[in-house]
Design a protein around this ligand. Structure first.
Ligand code: RIB
Ligand code: CA
Length: 315
């Protein structure tokens, strides 16, 4: 079976970085057409640099990396250095990557790639604010014909907000883009905090990762050893939620997850609840069922997959 063609749109961020490693560890299952970067956890000049660093660490300087939007579609940018550190990938030493930055703007790459692709052949995997993808869809809705599915990290239902009392960070940063994506009419698998908070990077799991014994696994363990601090202090749990790798893990092993088709609507106007994702899990409204909401995961199976795939890089 031919590998699934994917475009990963991200804002590294330690958890985005692990999602990239997971995607690059599965060339038989995933053909990464390109990695597009967006302002999110840290500003765009850092998210694109961090992405290219991860490609170097993974031995993939051939990966095509694109810089996209440096601010949300309508709002001013907000960032999350308080979680990810000033580099966005605190835990690893920053270096000047060899992997080049493509000259094409990420939104142009998305539009041109989808225009040229056959119907239903490309999966979009946004793991940051959905500004690039929302902008591309708004510019040329016809590109959606080429989209097989969108597997997104964003939103929350029972977990409430992580950046505001009622909104998850990716959707809060750009609720207008998220609204476009969730309502684009193509199949959307939505990974929110409800499922990502079930896959905590505990000390035991980080030790398993470090035991793999290669530079990709070492970088992963180093980043997770920093990344957990904020969530551990805030929630009193041990370890940070591995948010973004849940998207790629679903592509590789959907059987690890439980999903339910329902409506997800985004609050785009209220100052109090801006970015809130109203998930109609119990179908109490007649709103269209626009997403497959992911609500459960086999956490041990998720980490078994991650450790197994990190070992793919050798060592
Ligand atoms: O709320 C978690 C999400 O926001 C993750 O994608 C993390 O990387 C940040 O982008
Ligand atoms: Ca992210």
């Amino acid at each position: 079976m031919a590998p699934r063609k994917v475009i990963i749109d991200c804002d590294p961020g330690q958890d985005d970085a692990v999602a990239l490693f997971l995607a690059m560890s599965a060339p038989d299952e995933l053909e990464v057409l390109g990695v597009t970067t967006v302002a999110g956890n840290v500003p765009l000049e850092l998210t694109q640099r961090n992405t290219r660093m991860m490609c170097d660490i993974a031995g993939r300087p051939d990966m095509r990396v694109y810089a996209g939007c440096d601010k949300p579609m309508q709002l001013e940018a907000i960032t999350a250095e308080y979680i990810h550190g000033n580099t966005g990938i605190d835990g690893v030493d920053v270096f000047d990557p060899e992997t080049p930055l493509q000259e094409t703007h990420a939104v142009d790459f998305i539009v041109e790639t989808l225009r040229a692709a056959e119907e239903g052949t490309v999966t979009l995997v946004p793991t940051g604010p959905m500004t690039n993808i929302g902008t591309a869809i708004k510019r040329d809705p016809g590109i959606l014909d080429a989209v097989d599915r969108i597997v997104s990290m964003g939103g929350a239902m029972r977990e409430g907000g992580n950046r505001s009392p009622s909104a998850e960070f990716n959707v809060l940063v750009d609720p207008h883009a998220a609204e476009i994506v969730y309502n684009c009419g193509r199949p959307v698998t939505a990974m929110g905090l409800d499922v990502t908070h079930q896959v905590l990077s505990t000390r035991e799991r980080v030790a398993r990762i470090r035991g793999v014994g290669n530079k990709v696994a070492d970088a992963t363990a180093d980043m997770l050893s920093f990344f957990h601090r904020y969530d551990t202090k805030k929630y009193g749990s041990e370890g940070a939620p591995l948010h973004d790798p849940c998207t790629v893990a679903w592509l590789l092993r959907p059987d690890l997850f439980e999903t339910k088709v329902c409506n997800l609507s985004v609050e785009t106007t209220s100052e109090l609840t801006l970015g809130h994702t109203a998930v109609d899990f119990w179908h109490v409204t007649d709103r269209p069922h626009n997403v497959e909401w992911t609500y459960a995961v086999d956490a041990e199976g998720f980490y078994d997959l991650l450790v197994e795939r990190l070992a793919w890089f050798g060592g």
